[in-house]
Design a binder for this molecule. Sequence first.
Ligand code: HEC
Ligand code: HEC
Length: 369
Amino acid sequence: MKVSISVFSFTALLLAGIVIAAAAQEQVRAPMPIGRRVEIKAPLGLPPVPIPPDNPPTAETIALGRHLYYDPALSSDGTVSCASCHAPQFGFADNRPFSAGVGGKLGGRHAPTVINSAYNPLQFWDGRAPSLEKQAEGPIANPVEMAHSLDGVVNRLQRDPKYVALFREAWGTDQITIDLVTKSIASFERTVLSGDSPFDRYYYGHEKKALSPTAQRGLKIFMDTKKGNCATCHTIGKDYALFTDNKFHNIGIGADMTGKFADIGRCGETKNEDDMGAFKTPTLRDIAQMAPYMHDGSLSTLKDVVDHYIGGGNSNPHLDKQIHSLDFLTFDERDDLKAFLESLTGRLPRDLGPPADLTQKDKESAKGK
Ligand code: HEC
Ligand code: HEC
């Protein structure tokens, strides 16, 4: 009896110790931003930006994040920045089907846009990261992207007096951690928002002339479940439109003649056969600037995308039930659909480009090669 009590109290003591230690570590690991709080204003057609409680954006963390985003110093050999694959001039995506990382190594997926990624409950084509903060660790350590280690990045930044000063201003500490690096980058990304497009001014702003007649017809086809049926997945809400249901679908991209997939997509994450060849529904905002398209960059133009949907996608056992041939659409209707997609190019805020104080050399590699 006595023995069992002491075992019990020993265990309780141990548990309490672990809890206290974990809490203390959490304290050390997670300072809060100290600078000027900023309210990120969502443009017409977008909902309020979700903000994690432990990372409220400040002018200082956003500026620091912007600096980090464009700085190739985050990669092992100092040649690749986030902007190398998510470049402002290509709608914060990549104009190459597969992006080249350190040493010109190619990844196996097309770089999606950073625009409006603040709204994604899950990041990556297969949804494997739960937040922008967590996502940013991915490319830094990925051998075919920035090919660095998280510790390696922290050590390099810690040796740079300019960064030590920027982190101190933003986070009130001289101790740079990967957590503060990714939080700062995420706060910058939360400002990369596109709305207030001709579509938004027409649909939400009630400006009758904001949208051309052909794009207006395209919008009807896009929403009509008996015609394009596009809005079933690329959602348009009553007050705002993200153009994604944040779900994963197989729309018949990347299936070979036998219905097999080079990239199994969401299935790799969930191990659920039903998710075979399914990828996250991407936003369609600023889509005209983001060619090529799809998770494998296999479609070069918006016309190719429309033709893909006309054909109903490559047939395979996992094709989404909402995808079927649209060959009944007339050629004019197909053009209308394309005109509608082109009307989704919005206005981005200023101050999203490379910060002026990055060196000329850095800027060149940030432009993407
Ligand atoms: C070498 C090219 C490359 C670099 C460098 C790179 N990315 Fe990416 N990024 C990609 C690719 C490819 C994907 C999609 C990968 C996947 O889904 O498996 C991606 C996905 C993302 C996503 C997810 C978007 C979505 O809709 O799911 C975000 C956000 C992002 N990257 C931000 C960043 C940030 C921030 C950096 C710098 C720390 C960065 N990327 C560096 C190529 C790159
Ligand atoms: C069943 C859901 C679904 C329906 C219906 C649907 N889409 Fe998609 N759409 C997706 C998914 C998922 C992807 C990404 C697929 C991939 O890369 O494998 C995508 C990709 C796209 C892309 C490329 C985006 C990019 O960043 O590469 C465009 C453009 C597009 N869809 C337009 C449309 C249009 C126009 C329609 C109607 C004719 C439509 N979609 C109907 C789910 C859907």
